[in-house]
Design a protein around this ligand. Structure first.
Ligand SMILES: Nc1ncnc2c1ncn2[C@@H]1O[C@H](COP(=O)(O)OP(=O)(O)OP(=O)(O)O)[C@@H](O)[C@H]1O
Ligand SMILES: [Mg+2]
Length: 305
């Protein structure tokens, strides 16, 4: 599978008409697996010959796949379409270097005007996709994965908007196109790689305060909180990665909150030798207790011997 970077480099070889064809294929995602040339010809108002030429070209570039009943988009085609749409809207001037490559998303640096941004490209299904590629087929689920990626990007965008609207420490969402999310770039270090936290007690308190405000003011529970989804910067901490967040009213919210807190408590104990009582932490972040739970270093707890 091509990377977003490789696709960005192909953009010079595509015309406005090619992008119209990609856009027509995108309109059918979730409705039919393959789209016939005559259907695209009707939508775009161009001859079937011209559409066939465009599709053959994009097929050789790996942007679309061909089946007995027509053509269909693959990730590279959706990447090309989404990047073009961001650029045309003035929401992305250039794609930069990869920052992180995850299982289900790739995160790149980007530039808009003088501003540094981050582009998160969802890649749901990629692992199964690689296996299918070895078998030389795209499989029946390709378009479902593209749709799932679009849905996750939209959900994360919506959650980031809801959180940043009330001033919570998350990257500000800037733009959304298909499965690509553009957001503010945080200049900081992922918690996992912070060795020397000036004062870990201050750090965990900042994190608990943020979790509490997300719950009380935005009514959201992160539901995948871990040391990779928290960044530490000069401006304080930021919480990333919100596609799976659940509403505070969701019946499973309490269980997710408990797991999120357990992850943080476990990390701070292992890394900084800091002990926190889970029950008082829960009461604090859910707004049932006003006082921040007292963190204690395990090596300074009173000895019973
Ligand atoms: N706004 C941002 N500013 C700076 N770095 C970021 C930003 N967003 C993401 N990153 C970097 O990219 C990494 C991955 O981002 P994120 O956690 O959002 O995606 P992910 O973990 O791949 O998502 P998924 O849940 O799909 O696996 C982060 O750990 C962080 O290093
Ligand atoms: Mg993450």
């Amino acid at each position: 599978m091509s990377t977003l970077r490789e696709v960005a480099e192909l953009s010079g070889a595509l015309s406005d008409d090619d992008y119209h064809v990609l856009g027509s294929l995108a309109r059918f995602l979730g409705r039919r697996r393959y789209v016939q040339v005559d259907v695209i010809s009707r939508i775009t108002g161009r001859s079937e010959d011209a559409i066939s030429r465009s599709l053959r070209k994009m097929h050789s570039m790996g942007l679309v796949t061909r089946g007995s009943a027509g053509y269909s988009l693959v990730y590279a085609g959706l990447d090309a379409l989404a990047l073009h749409s961001l650029q045309r809207a003035g929401h992305l001037d250039a794609l930069g270097v990869p920052i992180a490559v995850g299982k289900e998303s790739d995160v790149y640096a980007g530039i808009v005007g003088a501003r540094e941004v981050v582009v998160k490209a969802y890649r749901i299904g990629r692992v199964s996709f690689r296996r299918l590629k070895r078998l030389r087929t795209y499989g029946p689920h390709t378009h479902e994965w593209l749709l799932a990626s679009m849905r996750s990007a939209a959900t994360e965008f919506r959650n980031l908007r809801r959180l940043s609207a009330v001033g919570l420490p998350v990257p500000k969402p800037l733009s959304l196109r298909y499965h690509l999310l553009v957001m503010e770039r945080i200049d900081g270090v992922v918690l996992r790689y912070v060795d020397e936290a000036g004062d870990p007690q201050v750090l965990i308190q900042q994190i608990l305060d943020a979790i509490r405000r997300c719950y009380v003011e935005a009514r959201l529970v992160h539901a995948d909180l871990n040391e990779f989804n928290v960044m530490v910067s000069r401006q304080g901490i930021f919480i990333l990665d919100w596609p799976q967040a659940v509403d505070a009213g969701n019946p499973a919210a309490a269980a997710y909150m408990e797991r999120d807190l357990d992850n943080m408590i476990r990390f701070f104990r292992k890394r900084f030798n800091l002990v926190l009582d889970p029950d008082s932490a829960i009461d604090y972040v859910t707004g049932q207790a006003e006082r921040n739970p007292l963190a204690q270093r395990s090596d300074s707890s009173p000895s019973t011997t």
